[in-house]
Ligand binder design. Structure first.
Ligand code: HEM
Length: 150
């Protein structure tokens, strides 16, 4: 009797456990954010986007003057960590807060838009689809109030 009971219950219990495990995984994984990291080409893709984006910023007469005293190698690596982190990748951004990093610069909205344009062009150059570009831009847009006017 016990054996018979066990024989029927075990597959059901196993199926239940598999279902619960799948549900727990789905809850634990920030699906859209994790996909954005992948859609940007993972850490390597993000490094390419950041390197190209910063090079465009440094060639952009609207804002390049802002970076004359900046350690560009450090800026690129901090930006790559930050983009990796906010897109759901396995990185930890350990740089300054946006308020601290831009303190005393009193940046204008037009300068913020110029930088966003340069990064969008970098993503275009890396063949990142428009919808994916917009998902990263949508994560950067709320930072405007912490970057501009500090
Ligand atoms: C969403 C927009 C932006 C993001 C995510 C961002 C992100 C960052 C990050 C991660 C750093 C490095 C912080 C550190 O090393 O601790 C940084 C530094 C810097 N950012 Fe931005 N930034 C943004 C917009 C801008 C804009 C619009 C400008 C100027 C046009 C700008 C100018 C600078 C400068 C000059 C530094 C270096 C400051 C220093 O060396 O002390 N940023 N930014």
């Amino acid at each position: 009797m016990t054996l018979l009971h066990h024989g029927r219950a075990a597959p059901r219990l196993a199926a239940l456990l598999v279902g619960l495990f799948a549900a727990a995984l789905a809850l634990a994984t920030p699906v859209s954010a994790a996909n954005l990291f992948e859609d940007l080409g993972g850490k390597e893709g993000i490094v390419r986007i950041v390197n190209d984006g910063v090079d465009r910023v440094l060639a952009d007469s609207r804002i390049k003057g802002r970076f004359v005293d900046t350690d560009i190698k450090r800026l690129k690596s901090q930006l790559a960590e930050q983009f990796c982190h906010i897109s759901g990748g396995p990185c930890v951004y350990a740089g300054r807060s946006m308020e601290q990093a831009h303190a005393g610069l009193t940046l204008r909205n037009a300068e913020f838009n110029a930088l966003a344009e340069d990064f969008q062009a970098a993503m275009e150059q890396q063949n990142i689809p428009f919808t994916v570009q917009n998902r990263l831009i949508a994560l950067l847009a709320p930072m405007q109030r912490t970057v501009v006017g500090q």
